[in-house]
Write a protein that binds this ligand. Structure first.
Ligand code: AMP
Length: 281
């Protein structure tokens, strides 16, 4: 497995791969601290692309001034081992200066969507995400790029950005990978102490309850949101950020659930912000 630090190396490799008839490149963008959720994206890319690149970049522009950029877990050697074991061909691990050269002044703002859900409580977050994903897609020129449904609002923002900027890459979305007890895998789970780890289960429990309500025929947003709120309220260290039923394309609130609708929760567990969601079948 090769490790590239520059856009030029990545682009040269991708072009060489794609110059062979029928060869395709898959890109899996990550911030590192890789876990089984990331591994599932790498496997999905491996299954449908000739070559797979995994980017590892803790993107400063998607963190707010008081967020965890400086203490975000950085586990590069273990990440390389995991990526290689899952069949990645290339790691792209640029410096901040490589992706944001001196004087960088161009950002991608996905209007509307970018300020909803996580974008409402993390101003500028999706601007940073859309900007870095656009850079990675331009640098790697992949046929497909793989994202997790775990970050469902991010998926909506990336899809909108890719459509609006005439990006040729196909955006592929993979299911949420969970711990055996239901907690959605997240690099930020590393921050949780044992008490918080057990209280964090309220997020996945609230999602399960909402799924059960929907299976029983309930469709009203107020009822679904109320049920999730009650479950989260039972845990003293949990503070709800948002609970929302939205159109997955526009992230606009809906009053009634329909197929394809996104039900999303975000909550603080102690000082760690976690998210979970379900898409209605
Ligand atoms: P991150 O490193 O947190 O930026 O995540 C990189 C990619 O992995 C994003 O597309 C995430 O949605 C995806 N991802 C993170 N956690 C999970 C999970 N539990 N299941 C599936 N995909 C995930």
């Amino acid at each position: 497995m090769e490790i590239f630090r520059t856009v030029a190396e990545l682009r040269k490799w991708s072009r060489a791969v794609r110059s062979q008839t029928g060869n395709t490149v898959g890109l899996v963008p990550t911030m590192g601290a890789l876990h089984a959720g990331h591994a599932s994206l790498i496997r999905a890319a491996r299954a449908s692309c000739s070559r797979v690149a995994v980017s590892i970049f803790v993107n400063p522009t998607q963190f707010g001034p008081n967020e965890d950029f400086s203490r975000y877990p950085r586990t590069f050697d273990a990440d390389c081992a995991l990526a290689e074991a899952e069949g990645a061909d290339v790691i792209f691990a640029p410096t901040v200066e490589e992706l944001y050269p001196e004087g960088a002044a161009t950002f991608v703002d996905v209007e509307g969507l970018g300020n909803r859900l996580d974008g409402a409580s993390r101003p500028g977050h999706f601007r940073g995400v859309a900007t870095v994903v656009a850079k990675l897609l331009i640098a790697a020129e992949p046929d497909r790029a793989y994202f997790g449904q775990k970050d469902a609002a991010q998926v909506a923002v990336v899809r909108r950005m890719a459509a609006d900027l005439c990006v040729a890459t196909q955006i592929v979305v993979c299911p949420i990978v969970r711990e055996s007890d239901g907690l959605a895998l997240s690099s930020r789970n590393l921050y949780l102490n044992p008490v918080e780890r057990s209280q964090a289960l309220a997020l996945s429990r609230s999602i399960l309850e909402v799924k059960a309500l929907i299976a029983s025929g309930e469709r009203r947003a107020v009822t679904l949101i109320q049920a999730a709120r009650q479950t989260l309220a039972a845990e003293p260290q949990i503070r709800v950020d948002h609970i929302a039923l939205v159109d997955w394309s526009t992230l606009e609130p809906l009053e009634v659930a329909a197929p394809g609708t996104l039900f999303a929760v975000a909550a603080w567990v102690g000082s760690t912000r976690l998210i979970d969601n379900t898409i209605l079948e």
